[in-house]
Design a protein around this ligand. Structure first.
Ligand code: FAD
Length: 312
């Protein structure tokens, strides 16, 4: 599909209840109309299963012209189950993945056994490429009006993205570990990385410099989250282990109205987007929280052109 000058993308999660499905479909329509490079759908986070993620990914494929990107994790998977799951996604036409180790499921701690045969995202990257390579190397499509003939095309390569952590993974044992992990993911065949959320442009820009100096050559897409309330900020810091951004925290606390806090969050995320783009970021990935208005407002405020001005 046509892409805008500054590539952008959005992350969604499968709806937790049936009643939220229609709202998510409307959000996907509105986000797709803006012309993102891809729409990614989380996996496992908050207890969602592969089936729920795949339903949303299929809906994106069948109802929009935007490429779906599937998050996949290593959690609890033996090789046979993981291979079958990857094949199911590929057969559904999903060719882009975010390969993740995954966090311990609810009720399990980091020290508990929660992984199966796959223990790092680098192994998952390799498995995705192996499963795609093992499928027939050509795809056949029928030609209307010629029942005996078929069009034969080489099967496209799957594309795998991985996670990167500008401020280190919360459980890193030493300060360079997350750079070494990113190098391992690149060596395994990853094409790109998306970062964990961060709150200051220097965190991202310094990390990219360090990664490049260590030999990372794949694009590193900054992950930006508009945070629109003190409660949401507290939850995100707890989930990600990121340090408290004092400036944003104070601005959200002193703002008396919900609409004012939303504007603070949008302005903060838009400034961050402008700063990382000015520093050389290859695009912007926005955590959308299944809601279109806030992330589209961030892009507009950052001066990033959207495909349809009607996407408001
Ligand atoms: P890995 O890359 O496997 O790293 C995990 C640990 O292993 C690290 O300590 C690393 O240093 C070490 N390691 C890595 N490679 C090697 C190697 N070759 N040899 C030895 N050690 C190694 N979680 C979900 O459950 N579902 C989601 O949908 C989801 N989406 C996310 C999206 C983004 C953009 C990000 C940044 C994170 C997401 N997460 C998601 C969270 C993620 O699963 C956790 O942060 C997890 O703890 C680490 O995942 P990882 O893929 O970086 O792990």
């Amino acid at each position: 599909m046509e892409s805008s000058a500054t590539p952008f993308s959005f992350e969604l999660y499968p709806p937790r209840t049936r009643s939220r499905t229609a709202a998510l479909e409307e959000t996907i329509r509105r986000l797709a109309a803006a012309g993102p490079e891809f729409l990614s759908v989380t996996y496992g986070a908050g207890g969602a299963t592969g089936g729920e993620s795949l339903r949303v990914l299929r809906w994106i494929r069948e109802n929009t012209d935007v490429e779906p990107l599937a998050h996949l994790t290593c959690v609890g998977n033996d090789y046979a189950t993981a291979s079958a799951l990857i094949r199911e996604f590929l057969v559904a036409g999903v060719l882009r993945f975010l390969a993740l180790r995954g966090d311990p499921p609810l009720g399990k701690a980091e020290g508990d056994v929660f992984l199966g045969d796959l223990t790092t995202s680098a192994e998952l990257v390799q498995l995705i490429h192996r499963v795609q390579a093992e499928r027939a190397p050509y795809s056949e499509t029928t030609i209307p009006g010629h029942p005996e003939a078929a069009r034969v095309d080489p099967r496209p390569r799957a594309r795998t993205t991985v996670a990167a952590f500008p401020n280190g993974h919360p459980r890193s044992r030493h300060p360079r570990e997350h750079i070494d992990a990113l190098l391992a993911k690149q060596a395994a065949g990853a094409d790109a990385a998306i970062t964990q959320l961060f709150f200051h442009a220097e965190d991202y820009l310094r990390f990219v410099d360090r990664a490049r100096a260590a030999g990372v050559v794949i694009p590193i897409l900054p992950g930006i989250m508009p945070v629109t309330s003190p409660g949401k900020l507290a939850r995100m810091l707890e989930l990600t282990g990121e340090p408290l951004p004092a400036d944003l925290s104070i601005d959200l606390e002193v703002e008396p109205t919900a609409e004012g806090r939303r504007e603070v969050g949008i302005a903060y995320a838009a400034r961050l987007a402008r700063e990382v783009l000015a520093g050389g970021a290859p695009g912007i990935h926005l955590y959308a929280f299944n809601e279109h208005e806030t992330v589209l407002a961030v892009l507009r405020e950052a001066g990033i052109p959207l495909r349809e001005t009607a996407a408001s």
